[in-house]
Each structure stands twice: as C-alpha cells, then as structure tokens.
Design a protein around this ligand. Structure first.
Ligand SMILES: Cc1cc2nc3c(=O)[nH]c(=O)nc-3n(C[C@H](O)[C@H](O)[C@H](O)COP(=O)(O)OP(=O)(O)OC[C@H]3O[C@@H](n4cnc5c(N)ncnc54)[C@H](O)[C@@H]3O)c2cc1C
Length: 425
C-alpha cells in the first residue's frame, strides 16, 4: 500500500502538520511513524513551553502570533484546556542592554503591542531581587551588571506542551489519521522515478525520488514523505545527501522546589498578572526562571552557545555542574532567595538550531522537511503545520490562523526570506 503522506515524528511539529493535512484532505491516507511509545516524548515534552507574541520581526510575528492565537481559540472556544496562562515575560535589563533595544521596543509599541517599564524600586519590593550588585568582587569577576529596569510583556505566558501535543494527536486520529508508535525509521528510501528493473538501482543518471521509509516494522511507501524529527532530522537527511542546515544543541532544565517561605513568596509574586504568579523572568546573561505553579516549583535554565558542542545524544543527561557552576552563580546573585537551592530533578533535550534560528520548510524530490524550530517550536507549531500543508498541496501562500497569508517559500532554503529578530534579550 502507498500512503498519500507519511510523516516521521510525533512531536508537536509532526502532529500539527498531520492535523492540518488531514483536515484539508480528509480522503488522503496519512500515516505518522514514531520511534517512541507515545506522542511528545522527544523535545516537545521537555520544553519550557513559554510563548510570546511580542516580537520585532515579521517572521516571528506571523509564526508565533497566529499560533498562539490558535491555541487561545482551542482553549477558550473549543474548551480544550492547554493550561495556557498569560503570566507575562519579565526581562530584567542592564543599562547597556536597555540602550541597545530601546528603539526596538518603541518601534514594537507603535504597532500597538504593549509593554510596561518597571523601575528598580518596584522590582525590589515585589520580587526581592538585588539590582545593585556590580560593585561586588565576584560580580566584577563574572561580568555581572546592575539591573537598570524591568520590561514586562503581558502578551506572553506558559502552557503545557503535552496538552498541545495531545490536542493535535486526538484531532488527527478523530479525522481518521493513523499513528504507528514504537516504529523507528532506519532510513529514507531513494528510488528511481522510472525503475528499469536493473540490479542496484538507482544509477547516478537516473532521476530519483524519496519513496518512503525503511523502519523497524518494515517498509512504508508514500507519495510524499515528511521529516518532522526535530533535532534528529540530520540523522535521516545526511545519509541521503540532503542538508537542512540544522544542528542539535543540548538544553537543560533544573527544577527548584519552592520549599522555603522566600521562594514561595517569589513564586506567588503579586501584581504582575491577574493570577499573581511570577512572570517568566529573564535575568542578565540569559538565565531564565519559569514558574511551575502546579508543582510548586521553578524551572530554571540557560542557553549556552560557544563551548557547547553541536552533538546528538540518545539519552541526554542534565549536567549538575552546569547548574552549580553556571545557572546558580547568576541566579542567587540576583535572587538571594535561591541561596543554597539544589535541583530536585532535571532533564535535558535539544534545540534543533537552524541557520538563522527560524524554522526550515522545503521540498525536494517528494520529501518535505520541517524542522529547525531553534527553541521556539511550541509557540510556532500551528503556523508551521499550516505552511507544510500548503507546501504539500502545492499552494504558494499558506493561510495562517486569523487569515494572514504567508509565502511558503519564505521558509525554504533556496528562496528563504526571514526577517532578523531584533528583540533578542
Ligand atoms: C529545554 C527546552 C526548552 C524549550 N523551551 C521552549 C519554549 O519555552 N518555548 C518554545 O516554543 N519552545 C521551546 N523549546 C523548543 C521546542 O520544544 C521544540 O522547538 C519543539 O518541541 C520541536 O518539536 P518537533 O516536533 O520538531 O521535535 P520533537 O518533539 O523532538 O519530535 C520529533 C519526534 O521525532 C521522533 N523521531 C526522531 N527520529 C526518528 C526516527 N528515525 N524514526 C521515528 N521517529 C523519530 C522523535 O522520537 C520525536 O518524538 C524548548 C526545547 C527544550 C529542549
């Protein structure tokens, strides 16, 4: 049997694609094959699942804003709880950083997106954060600067990535889509377009296409094969000579329980949002604190770049050294509430980093690749699903949620047109 579409990977990207494809073409046979025993057990389920619609670039606004609006619709109108909470993002900025991005903030606010400046007295009072630390010897050694002010973005928050994954999975299956779990793809099958029945085809002079996959459960053929394997995309693409310009980079989250009164008070910080929860807080040097209110804890993380290899590991382990020598040193310096805090648990996953930190979506010889979400795949998954659906149908423009049109080729490699994001903090 030949499937119309075969999607590899049941993460948020593969499932969003599957749902939008099956919804647009109910008569098409769509199969997902997934190596793990359930959906979302790759990087989707390891995500901090924070989202924002406050961006500078046209690309980010289109992909993130429309996706987040769709999730809001799913939660509020369809009544499917994704645990979306608009707790906001709070950027704690040094004077230097604020100077760098002031014009960008003004530009964004002229477009009607709101943010609030919070001065250091208010920050100290509400959060107990230390804003003047630069005079201390260890701060000097570490290059830690004073916090000059806070920028609170309200159109932002957190959600439960597994609930989003389950939403797409359920809808896809309801529409008649099929998923095979515990099915690992060993390789993509390259076949001649016009087989001649000769041994060892295809020959270098033959026109070829990707005809399906060889898996742990045998061969599956398809008219279109779609790679949605996130950070593992190069493992399938490199052996057949397709370069998606994506590399895996390890990312870690450490869970700190709010086990002391000062930490509990911080978790329930008042007056930043309606729920009186600490916003997702970004400290200088990129350390972030994400409240996990359901489990009375904080998730803390940090993105390190140079010095951290691009390297895939089957079972990535969190590195306690990275917490104690990296995150903790910055965390407790600004937030003394964390003094002595040890992680109760931790996990590690991967960002699938693309050439410009934006997703990559392209087609070559009946193979579609959708990956490279670079650490923001949860907040962009719905738009990516719609764009891949349009590519599959041969449409030039995808209609994103709310009606915005997005040129499909803008995320390709050969006609790529993504706008640089200037609000990187
Ligand atoms: C620590 C961390 C924090 C993050 N925080 C955020 C955040 O705050 N906000 C945000 O928007 N994004 C965040 N992200 C990024 C986000 O999680 C990813 O962008 C997103 O999950 C990518 O989804 P995916 O479906 O492409 O990949 P995955 O979820 O990894 O799915 C790929 C699937 O393919 C399967 N697969 C791979 N190879 C094969 C094979 N050969 N055969 C069969 N199946 C295969 C895997 O098992 C997996 O299930 C974070 C990521 C990490 C690691």
């Amino acid at each position: 049997m030949q499937y119309d579409a075969l999607i590899i990977g049941a993460g948020v990207i593969g499932l969003s694609i599957a749902y939008h494809l099956k919804k647009a073409c109910p008569e098409n046979n769509v199969l997902i094959v997934e190596a793990k025993e359930d959906a979302g057990l790759g990087d989707s389920g390891k995500s901090a699942a924070a989202f924002r619609t406050f961006f500078y670039s046209r690309t980010n606004i289109a992909l993130a804003t429309t996706s987040v609006e769709f999730y809001k619709y799913v939660q509020e109108k369809l009544g499917y709880n994704l645990n979306m909470r608009y707790i906001g993002y709070l950027f704690l900025l040094t004077k230097r950083k604020y100077k760098d991005i002031r014009d960008v903030l003004d530009y964004i606010s002229k477009r009607g997106l709101r943010f609030e400046i919070i001065d250091t007295d208010v920050l100290k009072k509400r959060l107990g954060v230390r804003t003047s630390i630069s005079y201390e010897r260890d701060s000097k050694l570490m290059g830690l600067e004073d916090i000059h002010l806070g920028v609170l973005v309200k159109e932002a928050g957190i959600m439960d990535p597994m609930k989003l994954v389950k939403f797409y999975e359920e809808q896809f299956v309801k529409l008649g889509g099929k998923i095979l779990y515990n099915t690992k793809v060993h390789r993509l099958i390259v076949e001649p377009r016009r087989p001649l029945g000769l041994p060892n085809e295809p020959y270098p002079w033959q026109d070829v296409r990707i005809a399906g996959v060889k898996t742990s459960r045998g061969v599956f053929k398809a008219k279109k094969t779609i790679v949605a394997t996130g950070a593992q995309a190069p493992q399938l693409l490199d052996p057949i000579g397709i370069d998606a310009h994506i590399k895996p980079k390890k990312r870690q989250i450490f869970v700190i329980e709010a086990s002391t009164p000062p930490l509990r008070k911080l978790l329930r910080a008042r007056n930043f949002n309606k729920e009186n929860i600490l916003p997702l807080t970004i400290l200088p040097k990129g350390v972030y604190i994400r409240p996990a209110i359901e489990e009375n804890s904080f998730w803390v993380g940090m993105s390190d770049y140079i010095g951290r290899a691009f390297m895939w590991e089957e079972e990535p382990k969190p590195e306690l050294r990275f917490y104690f020598n990296g995150i903790y040193m910055i965390l407790f310096k600004y937030f003394p509430q964390f003094s002595g805090a040890k992680p109760a648990r931790a996990w590690a996953g991967f960002y699938d980093i693309s050439l410009d930190y934006q997703p990559v979506v392209f087609e070559v010889e009946d193979l579609i690749v959708a990956a490279g979400t670079s650490g923001s795949g949860i907040m962009k998954a719905d738009a990516i699903g719609r764009i891949v659906k349009s590519l599959y149908l041969g449409e030039k423009y995808a209609e994103l949620y709310g009606g915005e049109k997005f040129k499909v080729k803008d995320l390709s490699l050969d006609e790529r047109r993504v706008e640089k994001e200037k609000l990187i903090i």
